[in-house]
Design a protein around this ligand. Structure first.
Ligand SMILES: *Cc1c(COP(=O)(O)O)cnc(C)c1O
Length: 394
């Protein structure tokens, strides 16, 4: 294989060279000063990324570990939570909550649509026993972005916890935790953070800290109160993911040197590039309205085998994309535009997708779909700094 492999998947993602070199550094001891200085610097800058005054806890696990940590430290068995779900990762909240012995009220939207904040308000008003709301900011299985800011207004007014899985959103689209009033925000290293898998990050609001102090921790490993006390001494509770934290030090430098505003603008423009290209090639966008900024899902034409499309893209064009999950297997293609991915990678992805669809016997739309996509990208980049980028709608 002579071509460069392009990973356009919703995690893991390609890595910048600066981060790869940082990851290759020799081991440091996790309880000595040299590492403590790096950890302190990382923790300080994570607050900027999360938009919070409070501490952000690094946990050695994948993103699901942080979801588990949140549920097991914020709620007692017997408490009731509302899961606002519209896809596979929403279902995961339900499963984790059930494993903790919580009562689960499910509020669903069809896959490809977002749960609306007004429906959350109605559900909470009908059941005063609900103690918290669990939701994904970006539902990666469908490419939907949930109106978390509006949901936070509702949960704040009712003095209950809003727990947000930001795994495919943090570092990709704005989610200022304190400003929006989120009580728990978590993410994983392998989506928006320019890192390999294996590290998760979790932050709590003052209200959530108060709650967790009254909850008997549900497991030994995840203990936010003890973790926080350790971080204050420049250490983690158990052995730190030393290399990933050294890598995070570098990836935070990349993100913050450019400024988060520039990072989000880049992501917005990539989203416009992808969505325009998909539409111009004659495909329906699977998330037509509330869409995420790190992933775009496209519905394949009837009769086109999605597995074949992905195989052609991978084998002939070296572009790796994701298919649908569960009942969407073979029906949608999910194009990740997160991590160290730029306009040229996405353009290659659109071209490979189109070739795959043609080879699988599907229709092809406009011949100039790449020009249309790139025009949309340029237009999106032309939004002037200081001008707000629209949050959900194009
Ligand atoms: C990837 C992802 C997860 C799962 O994360 P793991 O790191 O695989 O445990 C959960 N939620 C969302 C929204 C994701 O994108």
């Amino acid at each position: 294989m002579l071509d460069k492999i392009r990973l356009l998947t919703p995690g893991p993602t390609p890595l910048p060279e600066r981060v790869r070199l940082a990851l290759a550094k020799d081991m440091l001891h996790h309880r000595k000063n040299e590492f403590a200085a790096i950890l302190r610097r990382v923790l300080e800058r994570l607050r900027l990324l999360f938009g919070t005054q409070g501490p952000v806890l690094p946990l050695s696990c994948s993103g699901t570990g942080a979801m588990t940590a949140a549920v097991y430290s914020l709620f007692q068995p017997g408490e009731k939570v509302l899961v606002a779900e519209a896809g596979k990762f929403g279902r995961r909240w339900e499963q984790i909550a059930a494993s903790r012995g919580l009562g689960v009220v499910r509020l669903s939207a069809p896959w490809g649509r977002a749960v609306q904040a007004a429906d959350v308000a109605t559900a909470l008003a009908t059941d005063p026993a609900i103690a918290g709301v669990l939701v994904q900011l970006s539902e990666t299985s469908t490419g939907v972005l949930h109106p978390v800011r509006e949901m936070a207004e509702i949960t704040r007014a009712r003095d209950m916890l809003l727990v947000v899985d930001g795994i495919s959103a943090v570092g990709l689209s704005p989610c200022p935790m304190d400003e929006w009033g989120i009580d728990c925000l978590l993410t994983g290293s392998q989506k928006g953070l320019l890192l390999p898998p294996g590290l998760a990050l979790l932050a709590l609001s003052p209200r959530a800290w108060k709650k967790t102090k009254n909850v008997t921790p549900g497991c030994y490993y995840f203990n936010p109160v003890k973790e926080k006390a350790c971080l204050e001494k420049g250490q983690t509770l158990f052995t730190s993911s030393v290399n990933l934290i050294v890598g995070l030090d570098e990836s935070l430098s990349i993100l913050l040197e450019n400024g988060l505003d520039a990072v989000y603008r880049k992501q917005w423009a990539l989203t416009m590039l992808t969505r325009s290209g998909v539409s111009a090639m004659g495909l329906d966008l699977f998330a037509p309205e509330n869409f995420a900024w790190g992933i775009t899902s496209a519905l394949l034409p009837e009769g086109v085998d999605g597995n074949l499309v992905l195989r052609v893209a991978a084998e002939k064009y070296s572009v790796i994309m994701a298919g649908g999950q569960d009942h969407l297997k073979g029906r949608i293609v999910r194009i990740g535009h997160m991590g160290w991915v730029d306009w040229a990678d996405v353009t290659a992805g659109l071209y490979a997708l189109n070739c795959g669809i043609v080879e699988a016997g599907g229709c092809c739309g406009a011949r100039d779909f790449l020009e249309q996509a790139l025009a949309a990208w340029r237009a999106a980049l032309a939004v002037k700094p200081g001008e707000p980028i629209p949050l959900t709608h194009s």
